[in-house]
Design a protein around this ligand. Structure first.
Ligand code: GTP
Length: 204
């Protein structure tokens, strides 16, 4: 069975828990305790494959968080980065997180394939007080090889579900890519060994 680890990161109050709980229960719950971090488990069947999904929803009060940002980056196979379209500072925070994920030191340690990232502009129902344009979000995502969408955890259950499915599919594609590279790497090693020792045997 595939194990998929997903981190939902972003600024304070952007709706990380609302999105996660909406996906897990299809419900929108207005207020969440934000002083603890949670790892949720969900069993899924996607494209005929069974998978065990773990979703990490951090604690905004950094001093209470057990996971440092670096350990979050190493733990996860993919990220949902959330900002609030009515709060420009949350967009700046999301940008800093994406840069951190994409910086070479963060990506090279664990991975031969780049981690999947989906940037989400949440609280689309507050578009009358919008501070971040749709194009800005899309550009940030495009420039950093991320997927992008805007939605509302408060009003859109299906869109939230589709968003999570999209990132999980990207992670599964990355797993396949890694497996392909690993097996072609071991095949070329076998070929090399065969060339070296095979030739030697002939000349004896
Ligand atoms: N209008 C609107 N409010 C939302 C939406 N999503 C979340 N909220 C509200 O935003 C506030 C913060 O939501 P949370 O889900 O607790 O956000 P969070 O990012 O997990 O918060 P911290 O863990 O404290 O950083 C709550 O009052 C939610 O009801 C949305 O789509 N639209």
């Amino acid at each position: 069975m595939n194990e998929v680890k997903l981190s939902v990161l972003g600024g304070e109050g952007t709706g990380k828990s609302a999105l996660t709980v909406r996906f897990l229960t299809k419900r929108f719950i207005g207020e969440y305790a934000s002083n603890f971090e949670s790892i949720y488990n969900k069993h899924l069947c996607l494209e005929g494959k069974q998978l065990n999904l773990e979703i990490y929803d951090p604690c905004s009060q950094l001093q209470k968080a057990k996971f440092s940002l670096t350990s979050k980056l190493h733990w996860a196979d993919g990220f949902v980065i959330v900002y609030d379209i009515s709060d420009r500072s949350s967009f700046a925070f999301a940008k800093a997180l994406i840069y951190r994920i994409r910086e070479p030191q963060a990506s090279h340690c664990k991975r031969a394939v780049e981690q999947a990232v989906l940037l989400v502009g949440n609280k689309q129902d507050l578009c009358h007080v919008r501070e971040v344009g749709w194009e800005e979000g899309e550009k940030l995502a495009l420039d950093n090889r991320c997927q992008f969408c805007e939605l509302s955890a408060a009003e859109q259950s299906l869109e939230v579900e589709m968003m999570f499915i999209r990132i999980i599919k990207d992670i599964l594609t990355n797993f396949k890519l890694k497996e392909k590279r690993r097996s072609s790497g071991s095949k070329s090693m076998a070929k090399l060994i065969n060339n070296v020792f095979g030739k030697r045997r002939k000349s004896v």
